[in-house]
Design a binder for this molecule. Sequence first.
Ligand SMILES: NC(=O)c1ccc[n+]([C@@H]2O[C@H](COP(=O)([O-])OP(=O)(O)OC[C@H]3O[C@@H](n4cnc5c(N)ncnc54)[C@H](OP(=O)(O)O)[C@@H]3O)[C@@H](O)[C@H]2O)c1
Length: 159
Amino acid sequence: MTRLRRMLVWISGASAGLGAALAATMPFDDVELIDLSRRGGTPGAHHVAVDLADPNSWPVVEADFNRRMDDFDGDMVVFIHNAGTLTPLGPAGRVDTIDTDMQAQLRACADDLFPEAHRFRELDALGLLAKPEDVARTIWSLLYREIPNGSVLHIRDII
Ligand SMILES: NC(=O)c1ccc[n+]([C@@H]2O[C@H](COP(=O)([O-])OP(=O)(O)OC[C@H]3O[C@@H](n4cnc5c(N)ncnc54)[C@H](OP(=O)(O)O)[C@@H]3O)[C@@H](O)[C@H]2O)c1
């Protein structure tokens, strides 16, 4: 009989950026990790290929969630909805490995399209942008903190 994993973790958008950093820094050994994204390729993750911008993909996520939950009798289930895109604002100016695709896109934006672009360019030039891995570790640390259900936290206040 197959031994059940003790943790079940879904991350949407684990194929790149912060989602990939969350997968790489996951502080658990006994975990079944599922990446919900178009590209996949995350080491150690089961890839469920979905385009979350297409509502037709949502039942696929629901079915995967229900199937794995039905078989699971472990200790903890985590669902991180991280996937996001800026594609309508314009192309990425450049891609860096400290960095995420989304950050490059933000800095490439014209200021009139995204007023914060200037601030992001300044932070990048000064080397003050948080590394995805550091942000990811901070997010995982939330599991061990006493936080009221429903709290809204900003990463810059806890990193
Ligand atoms: N970067 C920042 O400065 C920043 C700041 C605050 C909050 N955030 C938030 O952090 C999250 C991750 O950002 P990031 O910087 O890591 O972005 P990123 O490097 O561009 O990565 C985006 C991830 O989302 C997935 N994704 C995008 N569109 C998708 C779709 N239609 N269906 C399925 N998956 C999709 C991508 O996977 P595929 O392409 O393989 O589908 C990729 O794994 C976002 O929710 C963003 O709003 C970022």
